[in-house]
Design a binder for this molecule. Structure first.
Ligand code: PEP
Ligand code: MN
Length: 351
């Protein structure tokens, strides 16, 4: 970090900063200019409190050089992290498509969905069993029964299961059935939950909070990485803005920004990001075109009668068309999206 002193800073004030920097185990380099003095603190400065240093007498401003997150940063690991669990592989040149209903509603609904995901070339099945709903009176999910139905669907189709865990006490139960633990947008800053999934032996799909900055998303990922879990997938799912034509505002530039800052795979959720089924195909295609590592898409056998998020869910035909479009784009930019073999088949059929 670089500490820029005020033009009239005294020698005592400069010495005080040098002592503070030394006290944190960093090496101070004092550069005396004609106008003012600058102190470069060399070393890992992430534990230094920028705001506290800025209140010291004689300090004009403090400029951090390293990103506040460490393990998630490209400064620490440049090559992309590839997350792989069952049929789902994301990162590097692997494109993963996670699709399925917002909520698991019944055996028939999830089995039909899983078959349609697989037939269209999706690589994992989503479906909420524990649902974070804005109203306590809305459908809250089938809970363990829903998890069991997801496991049945995996057994038949071979698709990895991605499902949300809302509370630390449910991690053991959800992990019995799920391949990937989803942390919902509302829980992105539930730091105890993040640390707890950091100890789980499952990849984690971390959704961006609707009012979280990208640095806050990366710092949330840092909690999981720091607890020992390297398999973190970041998910842009839209943020809250003044715009009301879409449910959230989906900033695709997040993919480009995150790509530059982190080695972790980045997934886009065009369903929650727009809140309108008719907007999902374009946003899915655009996400693949700009190099997202994956998509998470809501689809349903009968969107009109879905128990949650039907208005943003594709029907099976729309999902299949979207997949065809994404596959063409993926191939054009050198991404691989292998078709998933069922658990009874021997090897995936390359396409
Ligand atoms: C979901 O995936 O169904 C969901 C609740 O998403 P989010 O946490 O992004 O709102
Ligand atoms: Mn949903």
């Amino acid at each position: 970090m670089i500490v820029v002193m005020k033009p009239n800073a005294t020698q005592e004030e400069v010495d005080h900063i040098v002592d503070r920097v030394n006290g944190h185990g960093l090496k101070p380099h004092v550069i005396k200019g004609t106008e003012r003095t600058v102190i470069a603190a060399v070393g890992d400065d992430r534990k230094l409190d920028v705001a506290a240093l800025e209140t010291a007498p004689g300090v004009s401003r403090v400029v951090p050089v390293l990103a506040p997150y460490k393990r998630a940063s490209r400064e620490v690991q440049n090559e992309p992290t590839v997350v792989s669990r069952g049929s789902l592989t994301l990162g590097g040149n692997h494109l993963g498509v996670i699709a399925g209903p917002c909520s698991v509603e019944s055996e028939e609904q999830i089995m039909q969905s899983a078959r349609a995901v697989k037939a269209a070339g999706g690589t994992a099945l989503r479906g909420g069993a524990f649902k974070p709903r804005t109203s306590p009176y809305s459908f809250q999910g089938l809970k363990e029964e829903g998890l069991k139905l997801l496991a049945v669907a995996r057994e038949e189709t071979g698709l990895a299961v991605v499902t949300e865990v809302m509370a630390s006490e449910d991690i053991g139960l959800v992990s019995e059935y799920a391949d990937v633990l989803q942390i919902g947008a509302r829980n992105m800053q539930n730091y105890r939950l993040l640390a707890a999934v950091g100890e789980a032996e499952r990849p984690v799909l971390l959704k961006r909070g609707p009012s979280a900055t990208l640095d806050e998303l990366l710092l949330a990922a840092e909690y999981i990485l720091d607890a020992g879990n390297n398999d973190v997938i970041l998910c842009e799912r839209g943020i809250r803005t003044f715009e009301s034509h879409t449910r959230f505002t989906l900033p695709l530039a997040s993919v480009t920004y995150l790509r530059a800052k982190t080695h972790l795979p980045i997934v886009v959720d065009p369903s929650h990001g727009t809140g309108h089924a008719w907007m999902v195909p374009d946003m899915a295609a655009a996400s693949v075109a700009i190099g997202a590592d994956g998509l998470i898409i809501e689809m349903h056998p009968d969107p009109e009668n879905a128990l949650s998020d039907g208005y943003q869910s594709l029907d099976f035909a729309q999902f299949a068309t979207t997949m065809e479009r994404c596959r063409v784009i993926a191939e054009a930019i050198g991404k691989e999206m292998p078709r998933v073999a069922s658990s009874k088949e021997k090897a995936p059929v390359a396409t």
